[in-house]
Structure formats: C-alpha cells, structure tokens
Design a protein around this ligand. Structure first.
Ligand code: NAD
Length: 419
C-alpha cells in the first residue's frame, strides 16, 4: 500500500461514515458536536527495563470516547503503528459497536506504540503492569473495561487485572475482559469475534440465497479473529480457499486444510511454513476469486488501489476499519454487500459483556449458553439493521450507524448534558 492511503487520518475516515448517517437522521449541530469529540484522551510514557539492563520509554494511550450508555469498553493494542489518531478512531467505533448490539457500554480503546515481536515475556509483563498502573484512577468495572486487541492476549489481560487488583487491595476481575478462564474469563470469549463474523456471514448468505457449500471464503489475518472465523466457516461447510497473515498468503481453489493451518498458527503464532496452498501476497489475496471476503487484520486494507478488483459478493469486516470510505463507495456502486465492522466483529465485545456480567455475579455459564446468547444478540440486532436497510434503501454500514447513533442520542438526551 502506498503511504498516501495510510496517511489519511483513520479518525477522519471514521467521522465520514458517522456524518452520512447523521445527515439521514437529521441530527442537530449540538449532538454532532458532542458525538464527534472524544470525552477524554490520555497519553503517557511507559518506561520499562530491558532484560539486558537499561531503560527504554514507549508511549501509551487510552481514549474514552463516550459514556452515555455506560462504562467505557474497548481493547488494548500493542503495535508499532499505534497513534493517538488510530486509538481515537477505534474508541469512536467502540461507541457505535456497543450501541448497535445494544450493550450497556460506552466506547473506549487503548494502545502502546511498540513491536511485541521484539519483546520478551518479562518485558511485555513490565510494560503491561506499568500501562495498567498509569490508568488505575480511570479504569474499573464501572468506569472503563479494557479487553484484548491486536497483539494482546488473555495473559496480558491477567497482568492488567492483577496490577489493578493490587492497587485496589481487592480482587477485581471485572476490570478487564478476555481473561483466562481460571481467573474469571468467560467460556467462548476467545473464539467469540470469529464466531460472530461467521454467524452474520451465514445469515447474510442465506438472505442472498447462497448455500454454504457454494461459498468460497477468503480470510485476511490469521490471529484471534481470522483463525476462528476460518475454522468455523470450514466447520459450517464453506470452502476456505485463501488465508494470510503478516508473513503472506496461501490460496488453494480446492479448499485449504484449515484445521492444519489453525494448529500451526496456534502453536507458532504464525502461518510461516504452511504448505497447503500456493503462496500469494496479501495484495493478491484480497482480490482473489471468492464469494465471501473477510478482512481480519488491520485498517485501510481495502482502498482505492484494490476496491475495483475485489471479486467477492459479500465482505464481512472482521477487522476494525478495513475499508476506506472511497472503497466503500465503490463496493456500494458494484452491489457488493459489506457487513460493517461495528456489526460484523461485535461478537467479541458481546461475550466481553457476558464475561463482565459473570464476573459481577461470580457465577459462570456453560459454553453452549454463552454461544446461544451471542447468536441471539447478534441476529436480533442484525435483523433490525436489515429492516433499516430496506426502509431507507441505504447500505448496511449506514443502517448500522443510524441505529447506533440513535441509541446513543436517546441516552444522551435522557441524561442531559452536564454543562
Ligand atoms: P491478532 O493480533 O490476534 O491478529 C492479527 C493478525 O493479522 C495476525 O495474523 C497478523 O499476522 C495479521 N496481520 C498483521 N498485519 C497484516 C498485514 N499487513 N497483512 C495481513 N495480515 C496481517 O489481532 P486480532 O485480535 O485478530 O485483531 C484483528 C482485527 O480485528 C483488528 O482490526 C482488531 O481491532 C479487530 N477486532 C478484534 C477483536 C478481538 O476480540 N480480538 C474484536 C473486534 C475487532
């Protein structure tokens, strides 16, 4: 991708989507002003000791975008590309994501600009504990509840929870979600985002009269979201023909052995060495032959450089912000259906909500119960969204924003603005 595509503000792109829906809702200028500004942006230094001795300093962020519907909710990202702009956009999306599936949360997001591939486990632990300690006053089960995102794992959540609990002098599992099961995690959380992607894709395929066995699926990114989505697509009878991660892509028109790729990625956190298909680049993967495309890596992967070449009939945004507004317009014009990120990957935050509820009850549900409630929550809200699509003749993304904005505005109006 050229730098020009990456250089456009991610938050700017996100606001463009918001404005389209706000126009249709005839949202007044006061509400627009409030909803296009983050409540709070926190930037801090994270000094940490290298295993070999000596200190280095990374930058940490937490953006709490909106609290109208409840405590902040949103993951923590460890990546060299993390910026305040990106974290703000992600916190903005979390606000609409929680609202579109009707969870009692606002939106937030965090990040540390670092490359975890160059850090030992001990270094990661020190960085995480310092990150958590810096946020002790502003996070908590009733304030803001972080979760995993790119390069952060259940182990990272465990360190965060332990650090917060030590400061509070009481065990507080509900301060983060996505924890390991042994310390208050929820069954079904690890696969929840990928499961949600698959549930919505299959529902939409049925709406398009496409049977699972007729669907060739391509998944970009083979981390938490992509690997479980690919596995569940294969289990439901779809032919997964393309997968990729940062090391490159693999394509096999006959269908890939997803189980083998899954086992490899689970063990080595990488697809490097997978021998079940032709090696292709990530750029080739996105425009390869398929019916369903699931971008599940990072932002801006589908842009003006490749949108016209995309062959899929259905795009399900596992990642946050994988499509630029310009590419989105091209897809709409070509009749390609896009299930937008705020709906498509909401399975993760939905089971995070279930985890938070279970932590507060101290009573844990069976996996089947979690999965059933997940499917129910997603489909009820997805079908409501489809009604808006048909009523207003708008793309799925616009409909999702319309529902989400309307719900946040209702809460804001009832609470009033403390000014
Ligand atoms: P992850 O760190 O587990 O995996 C990311 C994957 O993307 C890895 O396989 C990595 O190799 C790959 N990748 C990175 N750069 C790439 C590139 N340039 N081309 C192709 N592949 C690349 O992260 P994740 O949790 O799976 O998150 C992926 C996306 O899904 C992010 O946009 C994240 O915000 C979003 N998301 C995650 C969750 C969740 O519960 N984890 C929930 C909602 C949305």
């Amino acid at each position: 991708m050229t730098t020009a595509v990456r250089d456009v503000s991610v938050f700017g792109d996100a606001i463009a989507y918001f404005n389209e829906a706000a126009d249709l809702l005839e949202l007044d200028a006061s509400m627009r002003a409030i909803l296009t500004h983050p409540s709070r942006q926190i930037i801090f230094s994270i000094p940490f000791q290298r295993d070999a001795g000596g200190f280095e300093v990374f930058t940490g962020y937490r953006v709490q975008y909106n609290f109208a519907r409840g405590p902040g909710k949103g993951g923590i990202r460890y990546h060299p590309g993390v910026t305040l702009d990106e974290v703000t956009a992600l916190a903005f999306w979390m606000t609409w994501k929680c609202a579109v599936v009707d969870l009692p949360f606002g939106g937030a997001k965090g990040g540390v600009t670092c490359d975890p591939a160059t850090l030992s486990m001990n270094e990661l632990e020190r960085i995480t504990r310092r990150y958590a300690a810096e946020l002790v006053e502003v996070v908590g089960p009733d304030k803001d509840v972080p979760a995993p995102d790119v390069n952060t794992t259940p182990q990272v959540m465990a360190w965060f929870m332990d650090t917060y609990s030590m400061h509070m002098r009481q065990n507080t599992p509900g301060v983060v979600t996505g924890k390991p099961l042994a310390i208050g995690g929820s069954r079904g959380r690890v696969e929840a985002t990928g499961r949600g992607v698959t549930i919505l894709a299959l529902d939409e395929m049925a709406n398009m009269h496409m049977r699972p066995e007729e669907a060739r699926v391509v998944v970009q990114g083979f981390g938490n979201v992509g690997m479980y989505a690919a596995k569940l697509f294969a289990e439901r009878g779809c032919k997964v023909v393309g997968i990729s991660d940062i090391t490159g892509g693999y394509y096999n028109a006959q269908g890939l052995n997803v189980e083998k790729a899954f086992a490899l990625a689970k063990e080595h956190h990488s697809l490097e060495g997978f021998d079940g298909g032709d090696r292709i680049s990530n750029a080739e993967l996105l425009v390869s032959d398929c019916e369903v495309l699931v971008p599940a890596a990072l932002e801006k992967q589908l842009n003006t450089e490749n949108a016209n070449l995309v062959k899929a009939k259905l795009i399900v945004e596992g990642a946050n912000g994988p499509t630029t507004p310009e590419a989105d317009r091209i897809f709409n014009k070509k009749g390609i259906i896009v299930i937008p990120d705020i709906m498509a990957n909401a399975g993760g935050v939905t089971v995070s909500y279930f985890e938070w509820v279970q932590d507060r009850m101290g009573y844990f549900w069976k996996e089947a119960e979690v999965n059933e409630r997940l499917e129910d929550t997603l489909l009820v809200n997805f079908h409501e969204m489809r009604k808006i699509v048909n009523q207003y003749k708008v793309p799925y993304r616009t409909a999702a924003y319309m529902i989400a904005i309307d719900r946040v505005v209702q809460s804001l109006k009832l609470r009033g603005v403390y000014a």
